[in-house]
Ligand binder design. Structure first.
Ligand code: BES
Ligand code: ZN
Length: 593
């Protein structure tokens, strides 16, 4: 009866899954995953067991002893999918479900060879956060449930599978042209952290516990870009306690990956847009690594507490940056965050419920309200707590928090009860109720100043009055200073201004996607024709939602760029992840309005 997660049919009165055994075949020609999962329960049980599923075709449900189980699918619900109600015979210790995935399973993306760097082999990957594991695995798909897992994954013999787990033993040849690879994840994780990718993959060692995986054509660049990861792990351990996941491996995906990074334990997934060639975008790795503590050890109980994952992780990411590169670097990152937050609050409206930290998302698709708010407002709240009690006491609190809750999934209320116990009175002093429960940004939000960002900010804000950076100034700017400059420029400029910017700053040729996309967004919104080819190139290749949203938005500003946007989308849509497609469609709906 008590269903505590608005995005899952998981019922906390029923037995919980404590282990999954997956035996799956990856069928590239049919774009389907077929096989079976065994769910081992935390106690011998009888009666109803409700599972989440989305688009799955179930062929059989039995107990681990082979007895048939009566089961019934509920109606298909647009956000949650279909409830599978199993009725367990007495003494059931586990269930075995045989099934195959639906033809547009939202948690999977299938890539044609042309969408990969090598252009010879197909590729597939999963993205299960927030609620998409159910489209590949019938399970209790709520972060309140944690389980270990084992997997046997059968793939074409030329391809390699990686998972958010450790490899276990050598692959074995199975049927003709196929091989089976084995994985074991001995630590209990929520279903959204199960991850799989299959493609033509190679790897490079970065340290005794870190390696990077990528297609052969990209793996050298990836190894160079992320060579500093061991330093990051060491710093993070000094700050947050021992790294508990044994290995920290990374996988660089093809460019359609819809996110910058995903913290799949033991195998962070990363967008190839991070390969700037100058290590300027490795803060995303610091972020995903920080999730190894905040998010993966201590997990949000439901998406209503998502800020616990992301707010603490953004704060932790900036502490790692500060330890590695000093206070100026972290201050710059805080400044970028403040701009992103102001934009998000403006987009939703300052009294929108989606600007609240502790949300109530019953009936709301979490993908539709994904924004910087839980990240940036959340991290400001953590920074405020840190400032209020002082860094030393706060760091002790944070370590105690991780130790107290590691390998559990918690609510905002559980965090606050622990805070009150450890640091009595602090919540009241900072106005925690307003921070957590009210929309907009509270007046006591910490402000981060960074002297080095004042020049680019004021030069950009003085653009209309003719202010321009000198060649000497430009020569000293880091990529962050340049990015801050671009962010503060007017959103639309005349052609002469666009030409001046591009000639002076060589923007269209940049390999740093943050800078490139910021520039192309201004230029596209300015109807500046010389960049149209580059805009098309980026949009056809890259599916990262963070970049699609502003670029397609900018193309909506003028009639001929609107047409360009529609043409590009018509060509690119079949290669986008379904989530990316949805984002672009929602942006384009506003074209006609
Ligand atoms: N866990 C998130 C990605 C995510 C969140 C996927 C919610 C699906 C639902 C990941 O850690 C993340 O935050 N990625 C960011 C990068 C980061 C540096 C802010 C991204 O992808 O942009
Ligand atoms: Zn994150």
């Amino acid at each position: 009866m008590p269903r505590l997660d608005p995005h899952s049919y998981f019922d906390s009165d029923q037995p919980r899954t404590r282990r999954l055994d997956l035996d799956l075949a990856i069928e590239f020609d049919r774009r389907r995953v077929t096989g079976q999962v065994t769910l081992t329960l935390d106690r011998p049980s009888a009666g109803p067991l409700d599972l989440d599923s989305k688009g799955l075709a179930i062929t059989s449900v039995r107990t681990t002893l082979g007895r048939p189980i009566v089961w019934e699918p509920g109606p298909e619900e647009p956000i949650l999918g279909t409830r599978l109600r199993l009725t367990l015979p007495p003494g059931t210790e586990g269930v075995v479900i045989t099934y195959e995935t639906g033809h547009d399973a939202i948690g999977l993306q299938w890539l044609a060879p042309e969408q990969t760097a090598g252009r010879r082999h197909p590729f597939m990957f999963t993205q299960f956060q927030p609620i998409h594991a159910r489209s590949m695995i019938p399970c209790q798909d709520s972060p309140m449930v944690r389980a270990t897992y084992h997997a046997a994954v059968t793939v074409p013999e030329a391809l390699t599978a990686v998972m958010s787990a450790g490899p276990e033993g050598a692959p074995v040849a199975s049927e003709a042209g196929m091989r089976t690879m084995f994985f074991e994840m001995p630590q209990a994780i929520p279903s959204y952290l199960i991850a799989l990718a299959v493609g033509d993959l190679a790897c490079r060692e970065l340290s005794r516990r870190a390696r990077v995986w990528a297609e052969p054509a990209t793996v050298e660049a990836a190894a160079w870009e992320f060579a500093g990861v061991e330093d990051m792990i060491v710093r993070a351990e000094q700050l947050f306690g021992p790294y508990e996941w044994d290995r920290y491996d990374m996988l660089v995906l093809p460019p359609s990956f819809p996110y910058g990074g995903m913290e799949n334990p033991r195998m962070t997934f990363l967008t190839p847009t991070l390969l700037a060639g100058d290590r300027s975008l490795v803060d995303v790795v610091a972020h995903e690594l920080a999730h190894s503590w905040t998010g993966n050890l201590v997990t949000n109980a439901t998406m209503d507490h998502f800020w616990l994952n992301e707010g603490f992780t953004v704060w932790a990411e900036r502490r790692i940056l500060e330890a590695l590169h000093g206070e100026a670097a972290s201050a710059a990152s805080w400044a970028l965050g403040q701009t992103a937050l102001a934009e998000a609050i403006a987009r939703f409206g300052a009294d929108s419920p989606f600007t609240v930290l502790r949300t109530h998302l019953e009936g709301v698709d979490p993908d539709d309200v994904y924004s910087s708010v839980p990240y940036e407002k959340g991290s400001l709240f953590v920074a405020l707590l840190e400032r209020t009690v002082g860094r030393e006491r706060f760091d002790l609190f944070l370590r105690a928090y991780i130790q107290r809750f590691h390998f559990t999934s918690i609510t905002t209320e559980e965090l606050m009860a622990f805070l009150e116990q450890q640091l009595p009175g602090v919540a009241a002093r900072v106005g925690a109720e307003e921070w957590l429960g009210k929309p907009g940004l509270p007046a006591n939000a910490p402000v981060f100043r960074s002297a080095s960002l004042e020049a680019p900010t004021s030069l950009a804000e003085g653009w209309a009055k003719g202010a321009r950076p000198s060649a000497e100034q430009l020569a000293t700017w880091s990529h962050i200073e340049l990015l801050i400059y671009l962010q503060h420029l007017p959103r639309q400029l005349d052609a002469a201004s666009c030409r001046w910017l591009d000639e002076t700053l060589k923007l269209t040729a940049r390999g740093n996607y943050e800078i490139l996309v910021e520039w192309l967004t201004i230029a596209a919104a300015s109807d500046y024709e010389p960049v149209f080819g580059r805009v098309r190139e980026v949009l056809v290749k890259v599916g990262r939602m963070k970049y699609l949203r502003p670029l397609y938005g900018a193309l909506g500003k003028h009639p001929r760029t609107r047409q360009l946007g529609r043409d590009i989308f018509a060509a690119a849509a079949p290669t986008y992840h379904a989530l990316s497609r949805r984002v672009v469609e929602s942006v384009m709906e506003k074209y006609d309005g």
